[in-house]
Ligand binder design. Structure first.
Ligand code: SF4
Length: 213
């Protein structure tokens, strides 16, 4: 089985969700079901704010993926290094072998999914972080370990996320680039209100504040 891999990089710090601030490597798989990745179609897609390049990539088998990840670890790596499995939409490709292989070799794995694909069986240290997207004809089917709601764009999913009893992160989108600008500040204030009112947790994309990839 070969996976189409867009990029493998690190070490860096997880910027979002329950493992925010923790050291990690990134495995970014190619392809997404929410947008075809072309700039001219982005504004009409389910994710007009998407800033990720997930087109192309190279076909790699599991052993090569693991070897490339391990080659990025510092010389004396702490055993608490995790892997962020991202995309695109990683659950278009991720199977049990990939999740098992990553889970056996790293402390934790965060799957960053839009929630429209069922996750295959996974080890206990492989977590699902769902940032739900409203994609026509593709309902949210995943049962995540926590939710990440983009504010204001995906706030319609908030009621469902809160009802699940799982941690709910609210994350302000950055319409003016960077984590700055009047619209970003407005979104931050709305997130703070949601934290106060519903017990949500603030997610501010830590990596953008400290200048890591
Ligand atoms: S689901 Fe994620 S990667 Fe895919 S288009 Fe939306 S924001 Fe981008």
């Amino acid at each position: 089985m070969a996976y189409r891999v867009k990029s493998i990089f690190g070490p860096t710090l997880q910027g979002e969700g329950l493992h925010a601030g923790a050291p990690c490597l990134f495995l970014r798989l190619a392809g997404c079901n929410a947008w075809d990745g072309r700039p001219e179609t982005r504004s009409a897609s389910a994710c007009p704010y998407c800033d990720t390049d997930f087109i192309g990539g190279e076909a790699l088998d599991l052993d090569t993926v693991i070897a490339r990840l391990r080659a990025l670890l510092p010389a004396t790596p702490d055993t608490r290094f995790g892997v962020v499995l991202s995309g695109g939409e990683p659950l278009l490709q991720a199977d049990s072998q990939l999740l098992q292989g990553l889970g056996e070799r790293f402390s934790w794995i965060d799957i960053e999914t839009n929630g429209t694909r069922v996750c295959p069986p996974r080890p206990a240290n492989v977590f699902i972080s769902c940032s739900p997207k409203a994609i026509s004809g593709q309902p949210i089917v995943v049962e995540p370990d926590w939710w990440k709601i983009l504010v204001p764009d995906q706030v319609s999913f908030l009621t469902r996320a809160l009802a699940s009893g799982k941690p709910v992160f609210v994350q302000p989108t950055c319409p003016d680039q960077g984590p700055s600008g009047p619209r970003y500040e407005q979104n931050v204030r709305r997130c703070i209100e949601l934290c106060y009112r519903h017990g949500c947790r603030m997610s501010v994309q830590l990596h953008k504040y400290i200048g890591v990839e």
